[in-house]
Design a protein around this ligand. Structure first.
Ligand code: URA
Length: 444
């Protein structure tokens, strides 16, 4: 067997055996197969795809390229959530402590900002001292003591994915369903979970912009989770405008704290409660998603969810003073108001443009080694459906980089579209996908 023959076989559209994929993946992790051959393999998969058996086998090989954490010593069903990423998507921050406060342990391994989308790790690191680089032993200790833990991918977790993801990023092979599925699910299955909830974004600010592709990704992810014996439920959710009002790391962490302290930010809390309700149900603490939603609302109202977040922050070395007094957080050097250029109703907000503007302000990276400014970002003052008058504030930008302000002001301004007739945002939760198939989602 040679790498060359296997690449040719995939290039010609044939399916690969487990042995062939193992030869490539293990050879790659061990440094015996070079980047250029794996790049060619990835591009062949990008164009030729993988059938279901290949995708499952690919995931299994990626998963077993590293350690599968054993959390069996922790009682209860462990449940995590994964989002395919969006703009203003801070949901993990309020969600994990809410679900943990309901008595369901949440082991969470998250990622950093990717392209125009933000990452949970960068938001957590906006809290001074918060350490996302725990060892596996520390990860186990924190979840045992607090009921939740939030870290980044360690060197032991799915190393084949870690190495291959960096290559996909620079060879334009990210947007490929079997590769995404193997990448996401190998990391999630390695965490020690018993069940998983997935948030698959669709729309302008998502990796999968069309509903059909998002559905295909959702079905692939859910079927892999279930094949590995982990009950998996996926929600297809809208990413045609940013979630909530905040974009940028500290701004989003602060918005999450506000939610945990009972502020009702409608889309953030609707999504948090639905994903949370499903997690609480899968964790065996409710009989239905609806009952799980009620449990989640109770722990926010009683303050238990916020206290759980404080507990987590302290356990991972973060300075909890900023949770109790977010107003003490150092402000960005510059802020500028963006005003409406017309009277009317806001009909569209281009979340991709706002995500990219956030990066220019310092909230994200264009190269892996870029340093993020946690204070940088955008606060929306108006969202789709809101009525505005010409000259009224629609957004505010925050940055330490004075030179980027004129360009970003223009981009944020033009990300808004107005109409004279009243408009409404798209439905936030389009569908739910589970072992029984796909159905429209509504709460009874
Ligand atoms: N997130 C991942 O972890 N992997 C992908 O391939 C895409 C998004």
């Amino acid at each position: 067997m040679t790498a060359n023959e296997i690449i040719r076989k995939k290039r010609e559209g044939n399916s690969l055996t487990s042995e062939e994929m193992q030869f490539l993946l293990l050879g790659y992790v061990n440094g015996e197969i070079p980047d250029y051959q794996i790049s060619a393999f990835l591009m062949a998969v990008f164009f030729r795809g993988m059938n279901t058996e290949e995708t499952v086998e690919f995931t299994r090989l990626m998963l077993h390229s590293g350690v599968v954490v054993d959390l069996s010593a922790i009682s209860g069903k462990k449940v995590d959530k994964h989002s395919t990423g969006g703009v203003g998507d801070k949901i993990s921050l309020p969600l994990a402590p809410i679900v943990a406060a309901c008595g369901v342990p949440v082991p969470m391994i998250s990622g950093r900002g990717l392209g125009h989308t933000g990452g949970t790790l960068d938001k957590l690191e906006a809290i001074p001292g918060f350490d996302v680089n725990l060892t596996i032993d520390e990860y186990k200790k924190v979840i045992a003591e607090t009921g939740l833990v939030m870290i980044g991918q360690t060197k032991e977790i799915a190393p084949a994915d870690k190495k291959m993801y960096a290559l996909r990023d620079v060879t334009s092979t990210v947007e490929c369903i079997p590769l995404i599925a193997g990448s996401i699910m190998s990391k999630k299955l390695a965490e020690g979970i018993d069940a998983l909830v997935l948030d698959i974004k669709t729309g302008r600010g998502a990796f999968m912009q069309s509903y059909e592709r998002s559905l295909e990704l959702a079905q692939t992810l859910v079927s892999i989770g279930n094949k590995f014996g982990k009950e998996t439920v996926g929600f297809i959710t809208d990413m045609n405008q940013p979630l909530g009002y905040a974009i940028g790391n500290w701004l989003e962490t602060k918005e999450s704290i506000d939610c945990l302290r009972g502020e009702h930010i409608p889309d953030v809390m609707e999504l948090t409660y639905v994903l949370g309700g499903a997690m609480v149900m899968l964790g065996g603490k409710a009989d239905s998603i609806e009952e799980g939603i009620d449990r989640c609302k109770e722990v926010v109202e009683t303050g238990r969810a916020f206290n759980k977040f404080v507990e987590l922050v302290k356990a991972q070395g973060g300075d909890s003073k900023f949770l109790l007094h977010p107003e003490k957080y150092p402000p960005a050097k510059y802020s500028e108001i963006i005003s409406s250029r017309e009277d009317g109703f806001i009909s569209e907000i281009d979340s991709l443009e706002l995500g990219l503007s956030g990066i220019t302000l310092g909230a994200g990276r264009t190269k892996v080694d870029d340093v993020i400014d946690p204070k940088a970002g955008i606060l929306l003052k108006k969202k789709i459906g809101d009525k505005v008058k010409k000259g009224e504030q629609i957004a505010e930008i925050f940055t330490d980089k004075e030179s980027v302000i004129p360009e970003v002001k223009k981009r944020v301004e033009s990300a808004y579209t107005f109409s004279s007739a009243q408009t409404f945002p798209a439905k936030l939760i389009h569908a739910v996908v589970d072992k029984n198939g796909v159905r429209e989602f509504s709460i009874h």
